[in-house]
Design a protein around this ligand. Structure first.
Ligand code: 5AD
Ligand code: SF4
Length: 424
């Protein structure tokens, strides 16, 4: 999501005649697109902004702008400006599309501009994008979130759900495919609720429309919410040949007590049922997830429930997080907050279990030939890389540049999460 917003900021700057600088010291303008989902992301952003003070002294014309969900938090922009008065522009998530007007205001007045809106702006379809993830194109389908999971800051900084019109999304998909993109990833905090506010469409119908677009390409989407992940969608996934055989379905916890406290609106049994249904329709589907440890009040028993769920589901991959207290969310006031040392121990145990699942899943690839969409070159490994329809990353040697092409790769070595092979 943030990555695609950065593509929009870059697109707006490009439309004003700016070009990508080779380094910070050569730049005329530096824009920070921040995230506040966890405290460490916020700390890192503040550290990076602070480090620019010196550069600002040597380059008097440098413009520093800070936007994104960190600045959208209540009262944060003022606090940030007080701490770093050398910042030229502060904007929020709701007025990102208006960045160009803030920039010209700053240049005309030669004075800092702080403009963070309380309310969501209208959806803008005219924002240029400078895409940087070829052969994948990120496409937003729904903005904001209505779910208010008790640990999460997102609904406060991104506002309520607003769906883009189906026609606009399909046209953007057609455009990127005609430009040569080979993969589309639809984005939303909860893509499953797409269209609820429009009343004319839903997520399954949208997928069917995009699947009709001619040409060979892969279709992915994220993120899903288990409470809204229904049989109609699973059926659609099994019927549409362009939809990848992988799905990201964040479970967060395996304990019913914690899921309730998190306001997730499903139980571990519901989650198991959805996974069974998915595997009934698409037996080899790769399911990935997000899991959190150390949510307030999480006991050893709750954690063991999470471990048990992880062992039983056998996720193809998992992003694991230690709960981070976000001020203004209901969980920030819940007692007792878990001792950080205990959270660290728990996440290590969780990672170790998931690691062994990853290894045995990777092992099943040994000797197989898979179709990879080549998406880049790894300078450290000196190899091309790409993913198969299950989302597994494979590395391979090749003399010619194959980025953007579908390549058959025979897997000869497997490690943790990634695979190594030769082009056939
Ligand atoms: N602390 C830790 N992890 C969080 N996430 C969201 N909010 C928090 C928080 N306060 C995680 C969730 C979500 C992912 C994008 O980030 O697991 O699915
Ligand atoms: Fe946050 Fe929950 Fe919304 Fe995801 S669904 S963005 S975790 S509130």
């Amino acid at each position: 999501m943030n990555l695609h917003e950065s593509e929009k900021i870059a697109g707006m700057l490009e439309s004003e005649g700016y070009e990508k600088a080779e380094s910070q010291s050569e730049a005329d303008i530096i824009v920070f697109n921040t995230c506040c989902i966890r405290e460490n992301a916020e700390d890192r952003a503040e550290g990076n902004i602070g480090a620019l003070k010196k550069l600002k002294k040597t380059n008097k014309n440098l413009i520093i702008a800070v936007g994104g969900c960190m600045t959208q938090q209540n009262g944060y922009a003022e606090k940030l400006y007080k701490e770093f008065p050398f910042i030229d522009i502060i904007f929020g998530t709701h007025n990102l599309d208006g960045f160009r007007s803030l920039l010209s205001k700053r240049i005309d007045r030669n004075k800092s501009v702080i403009d963070v809106w309380d309310k969501e702006g209208d959806i803008r379809e005219d924002t240029p994008k400078c895409r940087s993830s070829y052969p994948n194109a990120w496409i937003n389908i729904v903005y904001g979130c209505n779910n208010f999971c008790t640990y999460c800051i997102v609904p406060y900084v991104r506002g309520r759900e607003r769906s883009r019109k189906t026609e606009d999304i399909v046209n953007e998909c057609k455009k990127v495919i005609s430009e040569g993109y080979k993969e589309i990833t639809l984005l939303g905090q909860n893509v499953n609720s797409y269209g609820h506010d429009l009343g004319t469409s839903d997520f399954s119908s949208l997928l069917k429309e995009i699947n009709k677009i001619e040409g060979k390409f892969r279709l992915r989407f994220m993120t899903n919410h288990p409470k809204d992940f229904n049989e109609e969608l699973i059926k659609t996934m099994s019927e549409c040949e362009k939809i990848c055989k992988s799905v990201h379905l964040p479970v967060q916890s395996g304990s019913n007590r914690i899921l309730k406290l998190m306001n997730r609106h499903y139980s571990r049994e519901d989650y198991f049922d959805k996974v069974s249904l998915l595997r009934k329709y698409i037996p080899d589907i790769a399911i990935t997830t997000d899991i959190m440890v150390g949510f307030p009040g999480e006991t050893e028993e709750d954690f063991l429930d999470t471990m048990d769920l992880v062992k039983r589901i056998k996720f193809a991959g998992a992003f694991t997080f230690i709960y981070s207290k976000r001020s203004g969310t209901p969980a920030a006031k819940m007692e007792p907050q878990v001792d950080p040392e205990i959270s660290k121990e728990r996440i290590m145990k969780l990672i170790s279990v998931q690691d062994s699942v990853n290894r045995s899943y990777s092992k099943s690839y040994n000797g197989k030939t898979i179709e990879i969409l080549c998406e880049g070159y790894d300078d450290k490994k000196n190899k091309y890389l790409g993913r198969d329809v299950f989302g597994r990353m494979a590395y391979f040697d090749c003399k010619e540049n194959l980025i953007g092409q579908f390549v058959n790769v025979r897997i000869s070595k497997t490690g943790g999460i990634s695979l190594l092979g030769e082009k056939e």
